[in-house]
Design a protein around this ligand. Structure first.
Ligand code: 5AD
Ligand code: SF4
Ligand code: FES
Length: 354
């Protein structure tokens, strides 16, 4: 598919759009199947050294109550995932790089592997780190890593981040390459409907994913947050409904471009439409991340406004998502890792020398 064709699909409406959604779902069912895999999301700390201009927990937001779960709280959340046959967890936090942070993650990875007898799969989403840190965490048991590129057009990237060493576009790209080189299943993604973003930028994002040959993708609508600098640009935004619609089209086109990767139905979709995540499942997504963060801290991990599930605990979210996924006509892959098929076939190819 060429850039111009992608742009046309992203701009499609009416019957054309319905055709796109139908095709994406058919491809999903045929390649990765009709199952949705759960990844229990533990947002273990909202302390962040960075100041991304869009994010509610940026360092500069002094209205945020900062928290850092204890090791036991984190392990309890992971145990819930394991006991409920989620098969996999995502440990996510703000970005820190101190040696105590690096060591702590290392310790947690080993503890999770031990209590679950290696059964629980672990994805990390802890930002940019050195190659050594990525290697160390991989060796301690993390096998997937999520690091959104956020925007692949460098100009746009620099409009939504401060331009300094801590927020460098090059460093972000470098980190994605290190992750791949280390052996992780690599997931990335972008925000959709950002101020200044064009359909051409979004087509570029999709082509970038294909070029990088990613294994997983999580992308959702950008949602403004009052306590962030990017809020000043809200007059440039499309309506939330339009951003939602565009996010669904991005997922559908990506499913056609990369049929066998794992695509998450982002939580941000549900901030706009109560049925947002199942709508994504119905058109090609195959991963959902039920929130396992202890309820007392959910309201402090507000990356964007109207984040759902603030008053529902892990058990409720599980039941709620189960019902919604069934309504979308899919099954849940309980007890299965649900690894990216794309990753599996790349490895089969390289080990057979082709
Ligand atoms: N709207 C939507 N997504 C956001 N993220 C951060 N802030 C926002 C926002 N205002 C996303 C980023 C980040 C992920 C953890 O959350 O893409 O990578
Ligand atoms: Fe920190 Fe991530 Fe938010 Fe940026 S997007 S401020 S790195 S938590
Ligand atoms: Fe959390 Fe529905 S998914 S309440």
């Amino acid at each position: 598919m060429e850039r111009s064709e992608i742009i046309n699909l992203l701009g499609s409406t009416g019957i054309e759009k319905e055709k796109l959604f139908k095709q994406a779902r058919e491809i999903r069912d045929r390649t990765v199947g009709n199952k949705v895999y759960f990844r229990g999301l533990v947002e273990f700390s909202n302390i962040c050294a960075k100041n991304c201009l869009y994010c509610g927990i940026r360092k500069g937001n002094s209205n945020v109550v900062r928290y850092d779960l204890s090791d036991n709280e984190i392990l309890d959340a992971c145990r819930f995932a394991w006991e409920n046959k989620f098969a996999s967890v995502v440990l996510q936090s703000g970005e820190l790089s101190s040696s105590s942070f690096v060591k702590r993650i290392d310790r947690l990875l080993k503890a999770i592997k031990t209590f679950s007898g290696n059964e629980l799969g672990i994805t990390l989403s802890c930002g940019e780190q050195t190659r050594e840190t990525y290697r160390r965490w991989y060796e301690s048991g993390a096998h997937r890593y999520l690091l959104r590129i956020e925007a692949t057009n460098r100009n746009l990237y620099e409009k939504i981040h401060p331009v300094n060493k801590l927020h460098s576009f090059e460093r972000r790209l470098q980190a994605l390459h290190y992750l791949r080189e280390t052996g992780y299943q690599v997931g990335t993604g972008v925000m959709i409907g950002l101020p200044f973003q064009t359909l051409d930028d979004l087509a570029g994002d999709l082509l970038f994913f294909r070029e990088l040959d990613i294994d997983m993708c999580g992308m959702g609508p950008y949602i403004e947050h009052e306590d962030t600098p990017l809020y000043e640009c809200r007059h440039l935004l499309q309506t939330r409904k339009e951003r939602f619609d565009l996010a669904l089209k991005m997922i559908a086109v990506l499913r056609i471009l990369m049929p066998d990767i794992n695509i998450a139905a982002a939580t941000a979709l549900q901030a706009i439409d109560p049925a947002g995540r199942e709508k994504a499942v119905a058109i090609g997504a195959n991963v959902i991340m039920p929130n396992l963060t202890p309820m007392a801290h959910r309201k402090d991990y507000l990356l964007y406004e109207d984040k759902p599930c603030l008053d529902e605990d892990a058990e409720l979210c599980k039941q709620c998502l189960e019902a919604r996924i069934h309504l979308a006509g899919s099954e849940i892959g309980y007890g299965e890792w649900g690894d990216s098929k794309h990753f599996g076939s790349r490895h089969a190819k390289s080990s057979s020398g082709s």
